[in-house]
Design a protein around this ligand. Structure first.
Ligand code: CP
Length: 307
């Protein structure tokens, strides 16, 4: 049976640990050996929304495993511009590749693509819903930064309403235990309540809301910053009102605990000043690096190839 990567809800804790262990192992595999893992394999990238990291790191991951990447970075250069449906596009491009990677502004599109296609499908972000490959690389980063996933206090800051990276990561983290989440957002960008599970469904996980970034910095192990997602707002005036709600700079970090780490899925706009990049707290470019290895782990897993 083929395997997709569509939603964190589909993954057990064991599945997640499998991806983390494989990524850890891949760190030790020489580059020339990796090049022999997927010779002749073709990955199709179908990006209906802009991307830098996700598309290019999937492409680099496939190339470094000996395969090739083809696809589109914007739908307006394809027959979608002539009115072709998603169903027909998927049924067409699956003839040209071994695995599909799709990003789309509409929630649920990757799930539909996975149901239509005979090939493994990777959700590279569907609207404000989920971004599972980002979540796996975030978990890998947390594990490498702290030596564990659990027994941590984590602040999520900014656009908690529309950020699919936050939605995915919270869905994954609640499968682990001993976690305290601090949710820092403007009132209008609060985390949707459906993402907060009833206590009996998770092991020692708590949620608390605040509007104080300073308090979160002083009390948390990890601060996960997010961009306010302009493209998801139905009302541009509301975006203007909240777009500068949280801006982290080196001054705010004065006196922060030395073990604190700052993550961000990127791209950033103005929510983290460049002055933070030079501090020991900044871990967002570590995430970028970890994305390449985790996406290699994802491709090998879904294509059923041993490392
Ligand atoms: N983190 C992330 O999804 O980045 P891109 O939008 O550049 O792919």
């Amino acid at each position: 049976m083929k395997r997709d990567l569509i939603s964190l809800d589909d993954l057990s804790l064991e599945d997640i640990r499998g991806y983390l262990d494989l990524a850890t192992h891949l760190e030790t595999v020489p580059d020339e050996r990796k090049l022999t893992r997927l010779p002749g394999a073709i990955m199709m990238t179908m990006f209906y929304e802009p991307s830098t990291r996700t598309r290019l790191s999937f492409e680099a991951a496939m190339c470094r495993l000996g395969g090739r990447a083809i696809g589109f970075a914007a739908a307006d250069a394809t027959s979608v511009a002539k009115g072709e449906s998603l169903v027909d596009t998927v049924r067409t491009v699956e003839n040209y590749a071994d695995i599909l990677v799709i990003r789309h502004p509409k929630e649920g599109t990757a799930r539909v693509a996975g149901e239509i296609s005979l090939l493994p499908v990777i959700n590279a972000g569907d609207g404000a819903n989920q971004h599972p490959s980002q979540t796996l690389l975030d978990l890998y980063t947390i594990q490498r930064l702290f030596g564990r996933i659990g027994n941590l206090k984590i602040a999520f800051v900014g656009d908690l309403k529309y950020s699919r990276t936050v939605h995915s990561l919270i869905r994954a983290l609640i499968k682990f235990s001993h976690l305290d989440f601090v949710l820092v957002s403007p009132e209008s960008l609060r985390l949707p309540t459906y993402l907060v599970p009833p206590p009996e469904q998770c092991m020692d996980v708590t949620f608390r809301e605040t509007q104080s970034l300073e308090e979160a910095i002083q009390s948390c192990d990890l601060v996960y910053m997010t961009r306010v997602q302009r493209e998801r707002f139905p009302d541009s005036l509301e975006f203007e009102r909240v777009k500068d709600a949280y801006c982290l700079d080196a001054d705010i970090l004065q006196g922060a605990p030395s073990h604190l780490r700052i993550m961000h899925p990127l791209p950033r706009v103005n929510e983290i000043a460049y002055s933070v990049d030079r501090t020991t707290y900044a871990s967002y470019f570590t995430q970028v690096r970890n994305g390449l290895i985790m996406r290699q782990a994802i491709l090998l897993t879904l294509l059923g190839v041993a490392p």
